[in-house]
Design a binder for this molecule. Structure first.
Ligand code: FPP
Length: 240
């Protein structure tokens, strides 16, 4: 296995292109999502192998509720199935499951499964697998603002650190690397605050076609990036 001198501490992925993958094969969209779950497994496994400590996957956005009911139901079923099937190996492999988003609005059965898995894996430290579910970044920012107002926090005390601690991602460092599959050049309401200084890697491959080798290539590309955080070039890096 390839070793990297500079590994991102946190990789975030917009898993895109399941529907197009299926369409091009003359299959129903759901076949694309099913194949997408296999890619999720492979990328989790590879993250463990190379030692990426935090992986955030955009699994279901707030906007995804607009899709046909059958597709939404199937995505929830896939999530239930994934948790059921994987929870034992997540525990065994040292994976801690977390979720970000307005998860209380998920179907009750999915929410129950998710909470159980989060509880069962809470002591694991090798990899944090953070699933964005019913997630929208603007909603996250609004929820943080509402929390600050409800707690009557003095405006002068509102620093970047305090605000960060009110987001769903509280306690999780910002992503160092964002990967988006299927070639789209958008953030799609994903981690808008947290991605401010992240490196962005876009591949044309659809998510079901994204392989371990493609992931390793993205990590290799990250090695070459010089992160400046607004400073001049050529200086020793402050982070990541
Ligand atoms: C984007 O493809 C993908 C999604 C909206 C869902 C991603 C979900 C999975 C990979 C499966 C469930 C996840 C886990 C963690 C078990 P798209 O449908 O928008 O593709 P398109 O843009 O080609 O239509």
């Amino acid at each position: 296995m390839e070793t990297f001198h500079k590994l991102p501490e946190h990789v975030a992925i917009i898993m895109d292109g399941n529907g197009r993958w299926a369409n091009e094969k003359g299959l129903p969209r759901i076949a694309g999502h099913k194949a997408g779950v296999e890619t999720v497994r492979e990328i989790v496994k590879t993250s463990l192998e190379v030692g990426v400590p935090i992986l955030t996957l955009y699994a279901f956005s707030q906007e995804n509720w607009k899709r046909p009911k059958e597709e939404v139901d199937l995505l929830m079923e896939l999530l239930n199935f994934f948790i059921d099937k994987e929870v034992k190996s997540l525990v065994k492999e040292g994976v801690r499951l977390k979720a970000i988003g307005r998860i209380d609005a998920l179907p009750p059965y999915t929410l129950k499964k998710l909470k159980e898995a989060i509880e069962l894996t809470r002591h694991n430290r090798k990899l944090t697998l953070n699933l964005a579910l019913n997630y929208g970044s603007r909603a996250e920012i609004l929820d943080a603002v509402r929390g600050l107002l409800t707690d009557r926090v003095n405006p002068e005390e509102v620093s970047e650190e305090l605000f960060t601690s009110r987001l769903y991602t509280a306690g999780i460092p910002d992503p160092d690397l964002l990967i988006r599959t299927s070639g789209e050049m958008r953030l799609s309401n994903f981690l808008l605050w947290q991605l401010s200084y992240s490196e962005i890697y876009i591949t044309k491959k659809y998510w079901p076609d994204f392989t371990k080798e493609d992931y390793l290539e993205a990590l290799a590309e990250y090695q070459k990036r010089e992160r400046r955080f607004g400073d001049v070039c050529g200086k020793k890096e402050v982070a990541g």
